[in-house]
Ligand binder design. Sequence first.
Ligand code: NI
Length: 185
Amino acid sequence: MSVLPILKAGNPLLRQHAEPVDPSSIGSAEIRRLIDEMFETMAAARGQGLAAPQVGVLKRIIVVRLFSSTGDEDGPAEESYTDRVLINPQIKLLEEARQGSWEGCLSLPGLAGFVERPRKIRLSFLDEKGRPHDETVRGYEAVVYQHECDHLDGVLYIDRLADSRLFGFDEDLDTKALRALVSGR
Ligand code: NI
């Protein structure tokens, strides 16, 4: 296993459509190795999601690491997370209502942009064992899944900026000032 190089925006592979995975190949050594290496790569880059095209593999596979803060009276909040594999994911929009949030991407390091996306989706996919899942997702998780699924269709978050001014380098990003500027306040 090894950490794979992550392609950066500008590489045409990030703009291509990824092919569905043949369900009968899901348990194969090749697919298992790819998934393991995607997790290792995502963890090394401290990412919350990684799609196979970002490591140059045009297959419909994404891995996500969903963080949640847990804590109780016995101690301070401790960061915990859930790792998931989604193969051949499909998204159906359940609500027109949108939510906006600042997104980043391992293929655009050091940058962030404000994107508005549907806040409630139906997500269906196969997991790493080939088992089908069908679930309703909302909020932060819905953003992560939509961002990663976009990669499978050659779409980057910069294609979906709510306003091209709501974008910039993390180190200089003043999100409040930019939002105020754009809304004319
Ligand atoms: Ni991304």
